[in-house]
Ligand binder design. Structure first.
Ligand code: UD1
Ligand code: CA
Length: 485
């Protein structure tokens, strides 16, 4: 099977500089959703028809399995598919999709594709390919291909809508056979009453498509080459038209405006929430969850409201995430608790860590087991080993922190001299007093204590107290300044 994805539309109603098919749904471009489904289907060649802003689309999503066909000017859906024809092979079945219909599901596409081919012939074909390969010939394949070409059907994905306004209507004869599709603008009053509509998604034999598209015209209300006109030609050629309906209507909804984009986002998020609930995850409010990537949860995971998950996030057994957290590319070990308003990015933790509220971990943060990262603590590119704690107001950057270390409030690793970055090493059981600056590169020995307020500019020896502190004075007869007249 070969795939054509129509993505040349301007998307004017989005009122955005970003091409429509690059607008994000769940953090990924609309077109990326369609491509993911197509790839899951195991399609052969995938041809994307692009137009307005197409170079940006191509630059963003190009991949070895894609071919690109430019359509300019844009003269309609039939004209768009025509641009892809040089990339398609006769003898294959073509699946036509829209780049702005992001929620189309793999099971629906599978049913549509299967409906288009005679299943017995398809089996015969795959057997023949093997036999031909064995005998080093192509005779059988040619024969079966020819047979399939004459037997192949045209499969349409259609839905019944309460309000079919704007869509092409599926017209059937007295015995229920599809005769043609009429666009809303070309339809009579009676035809507009038909509630079965064309979703635009169809599957047809490439060779036939080539022939039909060569014969369509643009004498219609919009002066466009309509892909939908191939239906009447197929009927005239005696090709059977089969219709398939999607598992859910949302699968066939297109995005033409920010309002439609927002509503499909909620549909998508609701389905993710349902899947998580099915797997036993506790969601305090399934309507207040956003997964923009992949969220994998163990047993007894609890997620409070308004959390955003980006990239790949793995939450171990018994993990709990407080309200209003953002987690991107994170792995949390079992029993770890993240308190509200924390932001974790490219971070791994061991088991039973306590993070937040208001914690920020940046890329390269690796925490051991039982580590505490409290409020207004920022950690970057650092390892913090088992049972260590930084409970309040600290910056730990480019550091290697051992086990059972206590990092006092206001501690800062001074890792940057304005040009270069340096590492700080804090060995096991060290105690870093409050408001301490560790001027890297520097090492704090095992069991060392740094007195509060120390500015550490050389290594601190193990087991000793190291303190830098200006002498304390009390001036008895000192007077506060008074306001000048
Ligand atoms: C089309 C169908 C209509 C169907 C509806 C479903 C035709 C003639 N009509 O109508 O029966 O009910 O979709 O949404 O096919 N595109 C191009 N190049 C073009 C024109 C369109 O690539 O020259 C792409 C668009 O980017 C979009 C898709 O084709 O992804 C559909 O285009 P759109 O203008 O939305 O089609 P409709 O007129 O809504
Ligand atoms: Ca449309």
């Amino acid at each position: 099977m070969e795939v054509v994805i129509l993505a040349a539309g301007m998307g004017k109603r989005m009122r955005s500089a970003l091409p429509k098919v690059l607008q994000p749904l769940a953090g990924r471009p609309l077109l990326a959703h369609v491509l993911a489904s197509v790839r899951a289907l195991g399609a052969g060649r995938i041809c994307v028809v692009y137009g307005h802003g197409g170079e940006t689309v191509r630059a963003r999503l190009d991949a070895p399995d894609l071919v690109w066909a430019e359509q300019s000017p844009q003269l309609g859906t039939g004209h768009a598919v025509q641009q892809a024809l040089p990339q398609l092979s006769d003898g294959e079945q073509a699946l036509v999709l829209y780049g702005d219909v992001p929620l189309i599901g793999v099971p629906t596409l599978t049913r549509l594709s299967e409906a288009a081919v005679d299943t017995q012939l398809a089996e015969l074909a795959s057997m023949t390919v093997e036999l031909d390969a064995f005998f080093g010939t192509q005779v059988g394949t040619h024969a079966v291909t020819k047979l399939m070409r004459t037997q192949a059907k045209l499969a349409l994905l259609t839905v019944e809508l309460d309000d079919p306004t704007g869509y092409g209507r599926i017209l059937r004869d007295a015995s229920g056979r599809v005769t043609r599709i009429v666009e809303e603008k070309d339809a009579t009053h009676a035809e507009r009453r038909v509630r079965e509509v064309n979703t635009g998604i169809l599957s047809a034999p490439v060779a036939r498509l080539r022939d039909w598209l060569g014969r369509i015209g643009n004498h219609n209300a919009q002066g466009e080459y309509y892909l939908t006109d191939i239906i009447a030609l197929a009927v005239a050629d005696g090709v059977e038209i089969v219709t398939v309906s999607p598992a859910t209507v949302a699968e066939t909804l297109g995005v033409n405006s920010k309002a439609q984009l927002a509503s499909l986002e909620r549909v998508y998020q609701a389905s993710i929430a349902d899947q998580l609930l099915d797997k036993g995850v506790t969601l305090i409010d399934p309507a207040r969850l956003d997964v923009r990537g992949e969220l994998v949860c163990g047993r007894d995971v609890e997620i409070d409201v308004n959390c955003v998950f980006e990239g790949r996030v793995e939450l171990g057994d018994g993990v709990s995430i407080g309200a209003n957290c953002v987690l991107r590319d994170v792995h949390l070990g079992a029993g770890t608790r993240v308190a509200p308003f924390s932001h974790l990015d490219s971070t791994r933790t061991g088991e039973a860590c306590a993070i937040g509220p208001y914690a920020r971990t940046r890329p390269g943060t690796v925490l051991g087991n039982g580590v505490h990262v409290g409020n207004f603590v920022e950690i970057k590119n650092s390892k913090v080993a088992d049972q260590s704690k930084a409970n309040h107001l600290a910056y730990v950057g480019d550091a290697d922190v051992g086990e059972r270390v206590n990092i006092g409030a206001g501690t800062i690793t001074c890792n940057y001299d304005g040009v270069n970055k340096f590492r700080t090493v804090i060995e096991d059981d060290a105690f870093i007093g409050s408001d301490t600056q560790l001027v890297a590169p520097v090492r704090v020995g095992r069991g060392a204590t740094l007195g509060a307020g120390t500015t550490l500019t050389r290594d601190a020896p193990p087991d000793a107290l190291t303190v830098s502190r200006s002498p304390l004075q009390s001036i008895a007869r000192w007077r506060r300044p008074v306001k000048q007249a």
